[in-house]
Design a protein around this ligand. Sequence first.
Ligand code: URP
Ligand code: ZN
Ligand code: ZN
Ligand code: ZN
Length: 507
Amino acid sequence: MEEATNTESAQSRILIKGGKVVNDDQSFFADVYVEDGIIKQVGTNLVIPGGARTIDAKGKLIIPGGIDTHTHMQLPFMGTVAVDDFYHGTKAALAGGTTMIIDFVMPKKGESLVEAYEKWRGWADEKVCCDYSFHCAVSWWSDKVAEDMETLCKEKGVNSFKVFMAYKDVLMLEDAEMYQCFKKCKELRAIAMVHAENGHLIAEKTDEIVGAGIMGPEGHLMSRPEEVEAEATNRAIMLANQSNCPMYIVHVMSKSAADVVARARKQGKVVFGEPIAASLGTTGIHYFDRCWRHAAGHVLSPPLRPDTTTPEYLMDLLANNDLQLTGTDNCTFNADQKALGKDDFRRIPNGVNGVEDRMSVIWEKGVASGKMDPCRFVAVTSTTAAKVFNVYPKKGRIAVGSDADIVLWDASATRTISSKTHHHNCDFNIFEGMVCHGVAKVVISGGRVVLDEDGLHVTQGNGRFVSNPCNAEFVYGRINNRDELIKPVGVQREPYEGKVIDIANGA
Ligand code: URP
Ligand code: ZN
Ligand code: ZN
Ligand code: ZN
């Protein structure tokens, strides 16, 4: 790597030379020139102003920075707070080649969505090292919630709302409330997201498992069988379809839930499925580990599945566009926090890591395994997220005018994942010991080099909030047309003129 001739301009002017650009639809050899946080030129024989820092990309792929569609940094949850805050979480993201996260504002039942949003912005803005935006959870339903959704869409840059079919009495909505919420999403041209597990059944099963004397982490799995996820996935899609609202299933954890998504897409429904690094990279056999901390470290909802063919199956569907994009559900807790449930699995804080390792895990299990090509890798780790959440091609593409969120990816390098070397603020890693081909060697976030051969050098507060506008063409193109086509039309007929029985006397 050549040294800068002038520090000031070298910070804002970067020439990436000799690499292969990979977008979701094509790859080609080209140099990339960045100035003031924006990609200014892509091509060969570029004419570059003086004072630019040159980065040698020979043998590397130049890919759009990853977008993690699903994180929970510093989430207050189950009596404690996730240890990856917006600083540690985004630092870990950048270390692994992810340059944007979409986190969740999580209002409690009865809490104003707008006030919760302001609180989360306050937490995030001062700490984020990379760009970010927000989805908002809808954990209760009223006219006020609907009004708040409108404010968030029209004034605050939120275009997606997550409802929960699980966490009964805490976050869960009933079907009629979900239907109302989806109708509101459709009216706003926002995206409805669902945590799909049948919360009533989980409550019943949990009582049964506890009644059988099982209190260890395996009880978490036993109380949330795969069917319970698949049924809720189907119901969510049905409710969304009835309101002609696009549906986004978050954290697809099982083969049968993935099949439901794939089938709905074949039926022409506008549905997106998001497997996460955890479901693509590991399995639920860990719940049976004799080490309590190890088993508890894997507790999240829906749980990882003990069917060991699950990760490969989900990866096949992801490769073939039956599933579309990936997140992580990054929501980390240390041993002493997980230990809140040491005698009772119901109290183990739900959540695992992923934001740092998602890109490498997907390269290893998806590309190195021959299931997907580098273009598809870019689609599922970045571009499709940018399209769904309506920030494309500002994000998710290496092109003139796009944000300079760029990763130099070394497909032949390997690294071994470990909690000893990761950048999370957490003492556990669900991918411990996994050797991954595919390593982010240089990461540029908003035009700043944050990872290079000298290591990671991030600055908290350098990330910016990204507004996600409603009415993404990628999501709503078909929906808008269908709206016209599905308007209910009654049958024109002559009035009935015959006799009507008299029931006034209780006949
Ligand atoms: O276990 C999980 N998934 N924790 C985070 C909250 C959620 O349901 O996404
Ligand atoms: Zn969830
Ligand atoms: Zn262990
Ligand atoms: Zn989540």
